[in-house]
Write a protein that binds this ligand. Structure first.
Ligand SMILES: C[S@@+](CC[C@H](N)C(=O)[O-])C[C@H]1O[C@@H](n2cnc3c(N)ncnc32)[C@H](O)[C@@H]1O
Length: 183
């Protein structure tokens, strides 16, 4: 996988389009926090209390940041709460990804943006099956899958192909996914 220095560049690219009331799902230790535009009103969630406490120590570039312990598969927010929803390297590990993506669709406003930086299963002839074969290693070590079919999961969650723009950043494995949420 690429180094964090490359991810930093991609994080900036991802987050420059965040605006208004913004939710970051699976905020982890808060690596994205310094890269948000200053006028974003940020809420970050993670189901790990340990991650949330690490994220609290990160300096925020955004004017307002709230961090909450919460499961992406069962969020407490009202429907249509957020202008932007962000994920980065999260949908490799959400236990039921389609459930989590349906929740994102629900809490994001109609006409809102969903911005995702995710690594997924390659569709190359040899690499894809190898990712399937060796998936058990990162899964057992870090709880992360290397063979998630995130695009298909988005379709299964009810997003339409015309709403989803996908850009390959590193082979066909690391992708920037921009979604125009329509309900
Ligand atoms: C690999 S880390 C990425 C963290 C951060 N987004 C980043 O880019 O550095 C994945 C994070 O997603 C969180 N996560 C996984 N499933 C989740 C869920 N169902 N609800 C909330 N957080 C979840 C994990 O606790 C972890 O902090």
């Amino acid at each position: 996988m690429p180094q964090e220095s490359m991810f930093s560049k991609w994080r900036r690219e991802l987050l420059k389009d965040a605006q208004g009331k913004t939710l970051e799902v699976g905020i982890g230790t808060g690596k994205n926090i310094p890269h948000y535009p200053a006028d974003v009103d940020l809420t970050g969630i993670d189901f790990s209390e340990k991650m949330i406490s690490k994220a609290r120590n990160k300096n925020s570039g955004s004017a307002k940041t709230e961090l909450l312990e919460m499961d992406a598969e069962k969020m407490i927010f009202e429907d249509n709460t957020f202008d932007t929803v962000v994920t980065s390297c999260v949908f490799c590990s959400v236990p039921d990804p389609v459930k989590g993506l349906k929740e994102i669709k629900r809490v994001c406003k109609s006409g809102g943006k969903i911005l995702m930086l995710e690594h997924v299963r390659s569709h190359k002839k040899v690499i894809g099956p190898l990712m399937d074969a060796f998936n058990f290693i990162p899964l057992n070590l870090y709880g992360a899958n290397i063979n998630r079919e995130t695009y298909q999961n988005l379709l299964n969650a009810g997003f339409q192909p015309e709403q989803i723009k996908v850009e390959n950043l590193w082979f066909d494995i690391v992708k920037l996914i921009r979604i125009n949420n329509r309900k």
